[in-house]
Each structure stands twice: as C-alpha cells, then as structure tokens.
Ligand binder design. Structure first.
Ligand code: DX5
Ligand code: ZN
Length: 207
C-alpha cells in the first residue's frame, strides 16, 4: 500500500477508449482520476470539458480531481460541479479574485484546489492556504503531458509542508508533471500527498 494518493492523468489515455482507461485506473488501485481541462487560451490546446466528465461519472466512484487550465475559471465551476467533479483546482495565474473562486467551489460542496505554474513562487498563494483543500504544484509548464520534471519546483513541496505545519493547516499537496519511475521518489521525499502521473502511468511504468 502506497503512502500517497495516485492520481493518473487522463490526458495520456487513449481518448477513443476512455472507459477502458477508467477501468485500468481502478484496477491499479488509484484513488483519484486527474482530469486536465484545457481551454486553448490559458494553455495552447483544448482537451475536454464538462460533457466528458458527465459521461465518465457513472462509470466509477473514484474521486474526480479536475485541474482547470482555463482563463476565467469562475465561469466553469458550477457546471463542473454538476458534471461530477469532486476536487476543482484552478490556477492562481488565471484569476484576479482567487478567494471568491474558492468560495464558489465550497458553496457547491466541492473541494477547492489552487495551482501554481513553475515560475510562480509559493508566497503568492500563502494567503489562500487556510482556505483550500489542495495545492497543486506544477513541476512542468502546464499544457502538455510527457514533459521532463523541473527539479527546482519540487522544493516548493517542502516549503508547503513547512507552511502547513507552521500554521496547523491540512490541505493536500499534489505534484503534477514529469513524475515517472525515476523522479517519483524525490517528490515523495519532499512530502507530496498526491502524485499525478499521465505518460508514465499509461505506459505501465508507475502504479
Ligand atoms: C500538464 C497536465 C498534467 C499532465 C501530466 O499540463 O496538467 O496533468 O497530464 O502528464 P505527465 O505525467 O506525462 O507529465
Ligand atoms: Zn494536471
């Protein structure tokens, strides 16, 4: 039994057979399914949205960990909550009013996450740490699976562990990007609670 939550990212699944991907994730005893939503604006490409989440929802009881890589996330919260999201994570860099986005997620009885890109430092989210259920540390530039981890970003995990201890908080720390069989240990050692993995998981190199 792992002492972290594995969150396979559907972005690396075969989109023509998402049902099998969900069944594979269940079979590997993951607890979360990480669902990367891209809008072609905050990041260059478009992935999938609420209709896909709605179609997947009846297939499994796994936790839907929705990662919004979109501008104006406040416009999408309610419909993702209705579609079946459990956690809704948005980017600090995508909103001018993060506190109200977090409140909106909580008002719908969903868990709220905040994410930071590699160039954003942890102090930028310090004010929100007492309000969120999860912090998603991006260890690659958001937008594509299969990139190499930026090792300096892993230090943010240790910083967050320390802030959580100091202020007696209990948000989860999730790490996203470039986690594979060679890099996972450094992320665990830093103190991550949730490990997102797309390409390595679907290549069968991580479980
Ligand atoms: C990238 C996404 C990731 C991606 C991770 O912008 O947020 O969740 O799927 O893929 P890997 O594990 O291949 O780096
Ligand atoms: Zn992601």
């Amino acid at each position: 039994m792992n002492n972290y939550i594995l969150a396979p990212s559907l972005l690396s699944a075969d989109f023509s057979d998402l049902k099998s991907a969900v069944k594979m994730i269940e079979a590997k005893n993951a607890q979360f399914i990480h669902i990367d939503v891209m809008d072609g604006s905050f990041v260059p490409e478009i992935s999938y949205g609420q209709p896909v989440v709605r179609s997947l929802r009846p297939l499994t009881e796994l936790i839907f960990d929705v990662h919004l890589m979109v501008d104006n996330p406040e416009r999408q919260i309610e419909s993702f909550a209705q579609a079946g999201a459990d956690y809704i994570t948005f980017h600090l860099e995508s909103s001018s009013d993060c506190a109200s986005v977090i409140d909106k997620i909580h008002a719908l009885n969903k868990k709220a996450g905040i994410s930071i890109k590699p160039k954003t430092s942890v102090d930028k989210i310090e004010n929100y740490l007492s309000k969120v259920d999860l912090v998603l540390v991006m260890t690659v530039e958001p937008g594509y699976g299969g990139q190499k981890i930026i090792p300096e970003c892993v230090e943010k995990v240790s910083e967050l562990v320390e802030l959580r201890r100091k202020h007696n908080l209990n948000f989860k720390i999730s790490v996203d990007g470039g986690v594979n069989e060679n890099t996972i240990q450094s992320v665990i050692d830093a103190g991550a609670d949730v490990i997102v993995s797309g390409s390595a998981f679907f290549a069968g190199r991580l479980s």
